[in-house]
Design a protein around this ligand. Structure first.
Ligand SMILES: Cc1cc2nc3c(=O)[nH]c(=O)nc-3n(C[C@H](O)[C@H](O)[C@H](O)COP(=O)(O)OP(=O)(O)OC[C@H]3O[C@@H](n4cnc5c(N)ncnc54)[C@H](O)[C@@H]3O)c2cc1C
Ligand code: FES
Length: 284
């Protein structure tokens, strides 16, 4: 995995360029960093937005969707609570602070033409940036609840063309079902892939990883985890995730948010102390 140089993390003062609705409860927010500054990131990295509301203790994390110019970046977000409700009302020329880019992003595919990008809802955001930077299109599997939530279809179409596959839970657009059913319907494509990239709700990612490994045991899968992140910088341990390969859990904000799927303990259990003491040298 590529490593982030701490010197590149900055707290930018950003100006809102636009905050455009692009689906039911979904918006595309373009931010411009302060004059003279630049914003560059690896696909899969995220930012922590300091929303203009004094009662918030914590910033809110968002994946970078795109970096259209050297000094702008786009976020694709869903209105879910108080913070994203405040984001929803941001107007052009409003300003807000934004820490980033943060975390460790995706390792790019070795075989881009066969790579699978599998997104659930707003989980499509970091996958779009990754796919856009590859030399060949790959295949995109995009699952949402209904047609009204198929945001970014035109942008995804530009990158993936005919390799864009959409499923809706209620059958109002594309395949009637979820991303797992979409993958099952494209068994040959899944079998030919060397790498898959998954982002979405935890349960969707777990089911997708299990299915991918059943359909193609040799496939290498990276997941981007959208855990709760109070600080986003490794200071609070509010984002830890248990692993199967080590006793100590990982902090998603600094060791991720991208992980190899096989390193995650998807059942959410920490390893028992016996594993820690008997099978591994004590790190303490
Ligand atoms: C690395 C990362 C990347 C993300 N990328 C995106 C993205 O591209 N687009 C997008 O719409 N959302 C993204 N999220 C989720 C986004 O951070 C939350 O939806 C947002 O913080 C909710 O804020 P709120 O104040 O509106 O919600 P709240 O009122 O605080 O809570 C509403 C809901 O949001 C969930 N939530 C609250 N805080 C967080 C948090 N820190 N992390 C995850 N879920 C949270 C809660 O479980 C609850 O269901 C990402 C999260 C992480 C960790
Ligand atoms: S969010 Fe604070 S340590 Fe990860």
């Amino acid at each position: 995995m590529p490593h982030l140089s701490p010197s590149r993390i900055q707290d930018h003062t950003c100006r809102v360029v636009f905050n455009r609705e692009c689906g039911h409860g979904l918006k595309l927010l373009r931010l411009q960093v302060q004059p003279g500054a630049k914003f560059a990131c690896q696909p899969g990295q995220f930012v922590m937005l300091d929303l203009p509301e004094s009662r918030f203790h914590f910033r809110r994390p968002f994946s970078v969707l795109d970096t259209p110019t050297a000094d702008t970046f786009d976020l694709y977000y869903k209105r879910v609570g108080v913070g994203t409700g405040i984001m929803w009302d941001l107007q052009p020329d409003d300003t807000l602070n934004c820490l980033g880019p943060l975390g460790i992003g995706f390792t790019p595919p070795t075989s881009p033409e066969n790579a699978l990008y599998i997104g659930g809802g707003i989980g499509i955001a970091p996958l779009y940036l990754l796919a856009k930077h590859q030399s060949a299109a790959g295949h995109c599997f995009y699952g949402v609840r209904s047609q009204a939530e198929v945001g970014l279809e035109a942008e995804l179409q530009t990158v993936f063309g005919d390799n864009l596959h959409i499923a809706t839970d209620n059958g109002s657009y594309g395949l009637h079902g979820n991303v797992c059913q979409l993958l099952e319907a494209q068994a040959q494509t899944v079998s030919a892939a060397q790498e898959a990239y998954v982002c979405g709700p935890m349960r969707m990612m777990q089911a997708t990883v299990e299915l991918l490994h059943r359909m193609n045991p040799a496939i290498r899968v990276q997941v981007s985890l959208e855990e709760h992140m109070p600080c986003g910088t490794g200071a609070c341990t509010g984002c830890v995730i248990p692993r199967v390969d080590q006793y100590l859990p990982s902090k998603v904000c600094v060791e991720g948010p991208v992980f190899n799927a096989s390193a995650i303990n998807w059942q959410g259990e920490l390893l028992p102390a016996s594993h820690f003491c008997e099978e591994r040298p004590c790190p303490l």
